[in-house]
Design a protein around this ligand. Structure first.
Ligand SMILES: C[S@@+](CC[C@H](N)C(=O)[O-])C[C@H]1O[C@@H](n2cnc3c(N)ncnc32)[C@H](O)[C@@H]1O
Ligand SMILES: *[C@@H]1O[C@H](CO)[C@@H](O)[C@H](O)[C@H]1NC(C)=O
Ligand SMILES: *[C@@H]1O[C@H](CO)[C@@H](O)[C@H](O)[C@H]1NC(C)=O
Ligand SMILES: *[C@@H]1O[C@H](CO)[C@@H](O)[C@H](O)[C@H]1NC(C)=O
Ligand SMILES: *[C@@H]1O[C@H](CO)[C@@H](O)[C@H](O)[C@H]1NC(C)=O
Ligand SMILES: *[C@@H]1O[C@H](CO)[C@@H](O)[C@H](O)[C@H]1NC(C)=O
Length: 295
């Protein structure tokens, strides 16, 4: 089960500078570790805490990227880009990216912050930060490695932290983030209401909740039919061919169908206490961005 985390710091030399990378690590998390397979999820046995396991997860992560591109025809990248544009980070944003896995959202956020015009004096007085949280330590390890390669390590203008934990029970203090994001992660959370309440708790007043998730085509039978054909006739066979696995992709499309529709999910967000809850259709409603504020 979930255990209290220990906090330690690893100092590494990067670009001839001494930068700190702070990591919170999970203890005994392997038993309930979850592998994720592309937009869906699959449990794999990870009894060994070895390099070998790490290598497996690295391979999985690479395959994950490949499959996301193949199945969405590259569109997931656009969705994530739009998601970041809608989030509209500014200097001083303190972001918590839940189910952040291998850093897809966090790295976009970091690039976004880096591209802001920092010629004004605020740049150094307003420190931004991103905390990437995931239930799976192996995914975080892959993400941290990628971050290091990209140079996305904490410095005087930006803090980057990796935390292992459950979205339903965040190991984080209340009222500290200005933004909470979760991309293709909430669908696999067992108690979505709990995760939403936790999101509300850790956000500062004025903070924003944003969720990117698959949704439903509504009110168009033709498009619905086409989408169903693609989902059920193309995706699992594609999984079989490219990843040699059918079941996880079958699960993926089924879990998308089971996820609440946009208005229902909107109500759930409101029930957690968020105000001004809105959503936006992406790609005919196949995907949606939900947003709400803690006021
Ligand atoms: C499909 S991946 C999405 C990764 C990334 N956000 C993206 O958009 O590519 C889902 C991630 O959610 C994580 N996850 C699943 N259930 C979780 C939970 N209850 N709390 C935190 N993370 C969870 C998985 O470990 C996995 O890394
Ligand atoms: C989350 O993923 C795991 C592993 O694939 C699965 O067994 C479980 O049913 C999923 N939970 C939800 C709520 O979708
Ligand atoms: C950045 O902002 C400064 C003033 O705040 C302005 O003079 C400069 O042209 C801006 N640079 C770019 C590339 O927008
Ligand atoms: C500060 O850290 C961020 C994230 O690690 C990095 O992308 C950025 O280039 C760094 N900025 C400077 C001035 O070193
Ligand atoms: C989203 O698309 C659905 C149809 O799929 C439509 O009923 C709804 O009005 C749209 N909502 C917004 C906010 O665009
Ligand atoms: C369904 O969507 C297609 C493509 O956008 C459109 O041409 C068609 O009129 C729509 N049908 C209905 C019933 O709305």
């Amino acid at each position: 089960m979930f255990r209290k985390l220990n906090l330690f710091k690893i100092y590494r030399t990067f670009n001839k500078r001494q930068l700190s990378l702070s990591i919170r690590c999970c203890n005994n998390f392997t038993e309930e570790s979850k592998d994720f397979t592309h937009f869906g999820f699959e449990t794999v046995k990870t009894d060994e805490k070895t390099e070998k396991v790490h290598q497996v997860f690295k391979d999985v992560a690479e395959k994950y990227d490949l499959m996301n591109d193949a199945m969405s025809m590259g569109i997931h990248r656009l969705w994530k880009d739009i998601f970041l544009e809608r989030l509209y980070p500014t200097l001083g944003t303190k972001l918590l990216d839940v189910a952040g896995g291998t850093g897809d959202i966090a790295f976009r956020y970091i690039n976004y912050i880096n591209n802001l015009n920092k010629s004004n004096q605020d740049a150094y007085s307003k420190k931004s930060s991103v905390t990437i949280l995931d239930i799976n330590q192996h995914m975080l390890n892959v993400g941290m490695e990628r971050a290091e390669k990209l140079g996305h390590i904490s410095n005087e203008t930006l803090d980057v932290e990796w935390v292992c934990g459950n979205a339903e029970e965040l190991p984080l203090e209340s009222d500290q983030f200005t933004a909470y994001t979760i991309a293709f992660g909430i669908r696999n959370v067992t108690h979505i209401d709990k995760a939403l309440r936790e999101a509300y708790r850790v956000l500062k007043p004025g903070g924003r909740f944003m969720c990117l998730e698959f949704s439903h085509i509504e009110n168009n039978e033709t498009l619905q039919w086409l989408y169903d054909q693609y989902s059920f006739q193309v995706i699992p066979p594609m999984g079989q061919i490219l990843a040699n696995q059918w079941q996880p992709y079958q699960y993926l499309v089924e879990s998308i169908r089971k996820f609440p529709k946009k208005l229902e999910f909107k109500s759930m967000i409101e029930e957690a206490g968020f105000k001004q809850v809105t959503y936006e259709n992406l790609t005919l409603g196949i995907c949606a961005i939900h947003s709400g504020f803690k006021l």
